[in-house]
Write a protein that binds this ligand. Structure first.
Ligand code: GLN
Length: 195
């Protein structure tokens, strides 16, 4: 079974760890370069991408993580984590950095004030039943590169996108007890879970 770390500098990391542990996966929290070196895959949680970018830099993790991602570390980025994985970020802070792992353009807080937070049921590729999705000041996906697979859309806007072993969601799949997207991520990295 893969060791799926959860980046734990800031944000909704504890709920991700719970989902992974419920699937029988080892899910250590990652705050240091040593902890990062011990994982086979990484979840980058929701929170505030500006803060996470800053903490990644001040904790001397940004370059290590960028290197591991460039070497093929599978990543599941949710909400702020999607922003950190994106090739292009609009309405970001000037000093905010991303890993550029997946060829999408996202607009921070792009759903606007009216729709700052909402919940909806999504039809997700290869899932038999809808997934209840919680959006909180979510990034709005404005462009998806041709190599990416769009796994779910909300009102015509991609909200779950995958390229190879990188999956990104503009919502918070860890805030509901439904572990199917975590399971899908683990399967996508070539590690079938024990039934
Ligand atoms: N608005 C946040 C950001 O820009 C993301 C929100 C979230 O992760 N729930 O980083």
């Amino acid at each position: 079974e893969p060791v799926v770390g959860v980046l734990a500098l800031q944000g909704a990391f504890a709920a991700h760890q719970e989902r992974l542990v419920a699937l029988g996966v080892s899910a250590p929290l990652v705050r240091t370069a040593e902890q990062l070196a011990a994982v086979d895959a990484l979840v980058i949680p929701g929170g505030e991408s500006t803060t996470m970018s800053h903490l990644l830099t001040t904790n001397h993790l940004f370059d290590d993580l960028k290197g591991r991602i460039a070497d093929g570390l599978p990543v599941f980025g949710t909400c702020a984590g999607m922003i950190l994985c994106a090739a292009e970020v609009l309405d970001g802070r000037p000093d905010q950095r991303s890993f550029g792992r997946i060829d999408i353009t996202v607009r921070r807080n792009g759903y606007g004030r009216q729709l700052a937070s909402f919940e909806t049921d999504l039809d997700v590729d290869s899932l038999a039943d809808p997934f209840h999705a919680v959006f909180i000041r979510a990034p709005f996906v404005e462009r998806v590169g041709p190599e990416c697979e769009i796994l779910a859309e909300h009102e015509g806007v991609p909200v779950l996108v995958r390229h190879e072993t990188c999956t990104v969601a503009s919502f918070h799949p860890e805030l509901t007890p439904d572990g199917r997207l975590h399971e899908m991520f683990i399967r996508s990295i070539g590690s079938p879970l024990h039934e």
